[in-house]
Design a protein around this ligand. Structure first.
Ligand code: ADP
Ligand code: MG
Length: 327
C-alpha cells in the first residue's frame, strides 16, 4: 500500500469535513492541508477544536462527511479501512495496550496481522524496545500493568512503529505522563524522527511541545479552521493574528532562541578558552543563560565566539529586548 518505501509519503487533506449526526455544527469544517513527505506536522489547538476528529478521519476511524484524503497520491476513501490502518501507525494518549498480552505481543500485533514470521517479529520487537530505550530482556515479557505510565507510552510508540509504516498518527501520545517524563519522551522522539523521517501528524494542545517537535505547525481554531500553518520559527517571528499570538505568549523571543543552536550563528572570533564554554549544538537560549549567569556578553564554543549582539541579531531582536523586555 502507498509505496514499498517505509520513509514518509505526502498527505493531502482537501475540504475535509465531519458533521457528527445530531450536532448543530460540523466538528471539522472544510480543512485543506498539505503535509510534505517525511515531515512531522503538529496540529495544535484548544480542547474540542476538532484535532482528534481530523486525525481519525485520516485512518478512517471516523468517516468524513465530505472532502478528500490522499496519502502518497492514493485516495484513502477508496481503500479498505482495516487494510489502511495496518499501514498507518497510531499512538494515542490512552495508549490502548491490551492488558492480557505481554509487551512483546502488543508490539507484534500488526506485524502478525501482516503475516510476518515469528522470528522476524521477535527481531523487530527487540529492535523497537531498544529504540524506545526499554531493555528488551527486562521488558518484553511484562504485562502493561507492570509498567509505569511513561513506559507504557513508549510501548505504545513502539507498537505504532512496529510494521515500519510510512505514516504515523499520534494523538497527544505523551499527554498522560508527568512533565519530566514527557520532556524525556519528547527528546527521544525528536531524535528518533531525525533517523526515521516518517510522515507524522502529531496532535497536542501544548504549544511548547508543538514548537519542540514540529517541522511545521498548524494552529487550529474551532472546527479545525487553520489560523496559521508554517514552521515554528516563522510562526514565532510573525504570528498571523492575535489568536496565534496568544499561543506564543510573552516570551516569543526566548522561544525562538531555543529553536536555534550556537552553530547556526556565524562566530564573531575564533574559539577563546578564557570565556565560558558552550557546546556547538547547545541552543541560543542555553548560551544566553550561560552569559547571564557569568555576567558577560560573550561565550565560546568549538566553532568560535558567540556575542550577545550576534545572538540578538540571529532572532532579529533589538539588543535590549532579549534580556529585559521578554524575560
Ligand atoms: N462521536 C462524536 N459524536 C458527536 N460529537 C463528537 C464526537 N466526537 C467528538 N465530537 C465533538 O466534536 C468536537 C471536536 O472534538 P475532538 O475532535 O475530539 O476535539 P479535540 O481532539 O480537539 O479535543 C467537539 O465539540 C466534540 O464534542
Ligand atoms: Mg482530542
Amino acid at each position: 500500500m502507498f509505496d514499498r518505501d517505509t520513509e514518509g509519503v505526502r498527505i493531502e487533506l482537501r475540504s475535509l469535513t465531519k458533521h457528527y449526526p445530531g450536532q448543530p455544527a460540523p466538528a471539522v469544517d472544510d480543512v485543506t492541508l498539505d503535509i510534505p513527505a517525511g515531515e512531522l506536522v503538529v496540529l495544535v489547538g484548544p480542547s474540542g477544536c476538532g484535532k482528534t476528529t481530523t486525525m481519525k478521519m485520516i485512518n478512517r476511524l471516523v468517516e468524513p462527511s465530505s472532502g478528500e484524503i490522499r496519502i502518497g497520491g492514493q485516495d484513502v476513501l477508496g481503500l479498505n479501512p482495516d487494510q489502511l490502518r495496518r499501514h498507518i501507525g497510531y499512538a494515542i494518549q490512552q495508549v490502548g495496550l491490551f492488558p492480557h498480552q505481554t509487551v512483546a505481543q502488543n508490539i507484534g500485533l500488526v506485524p502478525k496481522l501482516l503475516g510476518w514470521s515469528a522470528d522476524r517479529i521477535n527481531a523487530r520487537v527487540e529492535e523497537l524496545l531498544s529504540l524506545v530505550s526499554l531493555e528488551p530482556s527486562l521488558f518484553r515479557d511484562r504485562y502493561p500493568r507492570q509498567l509505569s505510565g511513561g513506559q507504557q507510552q513508549r510501548v505504545g510508540v513502539a507498537r505504532a512503529l512496529a510494521a515500519d509504516p510510512p505514516v504515523m498518527l499520534m494523538d497527544e501520545p505523551f499527554g498522560a505522563t508527568d512533565p519530566i517524563t514527557r520532556e524525556h519522551l519528547q527528546n527521544e522522539f525528536a531524535r528518533l524522527q531525525k533517523q526515521l523521517r516518517k510522515t507524522i501528524i502529531f496532535v497536542t494542545h501544548d504549544f511548547e511541545e508543538a514548537i519542540k517537535l514540529g517541522d511545521r505547525i498548524a494552529i487550529l481554531r474551532e472546527r479545525s479552521h487553520i489560523a496559521q500553518y508554517d514552521t515554528p520559527a516563522a510562526i514565532l517571528a510573525a504570528p498571523a493574528d492575535d489568536y496565534v499570538a496568544g499561543f506564543i505568549g510573552q516570551d516569543g523571543t526566548l522561544k525562538r532562541l531555543a529553536l536555534l543552536s550556537v552553530a547556526d550563528v556565524t562566530p564573531a572570533l575564533p574559539p577563546d578558552t578564557r570565556l565560558p564554554q558552550v557546546s556547538a549544538d547547545a541552543s541560543l537560549r542555553e548560551a544566553l543563560d550561560l552569559m547571564l549567569s557569568h555576567g558577560t556578553d560573550k561565550c565560546s564554543s568549538p566553532t568560535g565566539v558567540l556575542t550577545y549582539a550576534s545572538l540578538c541579531e540571529a532572532v532579529g531582536a533589538p539588543a535590549e529586548a532579549v534580556v529585559s523586555g521578554d524575560r
